[in-house]
Design a protein around this ligand. Structure first.
Ligand SMILES: [Zn+2]
Length: 294
């Protein structure tokens, strides 16, 4: 390859594998298989995946997936969501919006929200493998001075397609595309630090509630069963009832009424909830939201 070809290869225009448009060096990303995606087509993808990991057909599938997320948000969630659980409630950067009755959340991003160019991306609660607060600090300008706050927020890790879910908390499932760590930035300067890190605490508390983290704790002045004990009892009772119901159905010659079916399903759900520390309820909610969009 001559020097001219070399520069042409790097700085020359390329064709986007998706829209066929020409894209310059600053507005394209190389994907697997020596092809390119232009910045406009890139906007149709998740903000949280490295495109170079994927081939053209894989990214085409991903864009379809993103379109479905956007439809679930606009056609299933938005019309019935009145009260939003957002931390922070309004932001000039990023935040997290929880949709508990759909078992999903989204990442608010002031640079992308309210712009139709970007599809709304949703994440299922049962795809979250861990979450934590992060605080990045920078060295002070003068030597010897304490470090200064640089940025902070929440890091969320999802279950990746290569993760062994049998070794993780029960009820988790892999995200079809994301393996990268998701950094949600709440604050980028010292002035915002105090307020915004409180919101980060709220996010952690909300995830803890979803995953039943404190459900086996008893309040100092509370009597009776913990959340976990209640759920376990319901699960045990559910199992016994489902078994009894099955025996009855078998005796009656295998015919099951709609009522019986619904009752058995309810008992099975109670067992699943006990098995997954309550996560299965969110899985059912997310499944039913997804099923509304074909
Ligand atoms: Zn394109």
């Amino acid at each position: 390859m001559g020097l001219g070809d070399f520069f042409k290869n790097i700085f020359g225009k390329k064709t986007c594998a998706f829209c066929g448009g020409e894209c310059g060096v600053m507005s394209r990303t190389k994907i697997k298989g020596d092809e390119y995606i232009c910045s406009k087509c890139d906007d149709m993808c998740s903000n949280y995946i490295r495109k170079s990991r994927f081939t053209k057909p894989e990214l085409e599938g991903h864009m379809e997936y993103m379109k479905r997320c956007d439809r679930i948000y606009n056609e299933v969630i938005l019309p019935v969501t009145v009260k939003h659980t957002c931390y922070p409630s309004a932001t000039s950067r990023q935040g997290i919006e929880f949709f508990d009755s759909f078992g999903m959340f989204r990442i608010m991003d002031s640079s992308r929200d309210h712009n139709d160019r970007y599809p709304t991306e949703l994440f299922r609660y049962d795809q979250v493998s861990s979450y934590e607060i992060y605080i990045d600090e920078a060295d002070a300008e003068e030597p010897g001075k304490p470090k200064v706050f640089d940025e902070g927020g929440v890091i969320i890790r999802l279950v990746g397609t290569k993760d062994d879910t049998t070794k993780m908390r029960k009820g988790l499932r892999a995200h079809p595309y994301i393996i990268e760590e998701i950094k949600v930035c709440f604050a980028t300067n010292d002035r915002e630090k105090e307020d915004y890190l409180k919101y980060a605490d709220n996010v952690i508390a909300h995830f803890d509630a979803i995953f039943g983290v404190h459900d086996d704790e008893r309040g100092l002045f509370s009597f009776g069963m913990t959340e976990k004990e209640k759920r376990d009892l319901k699960g045990t009772v559910g199992f016994a009832k489902a078994a009894m119901e099955a025996v009855k159905v078998a005796k009656d010659g295998g015919e099951m009424s709609e009522e019986q079916k619904a009752e058995i399903q309810q008992n099975l759900n109670a067992m699943e909830d006990a098995n997954t520390d309550g996560l299965a309820a969110y899985t059912r909610a997310a499944d039913s939201a997804e099923a509304k969009i074909n």
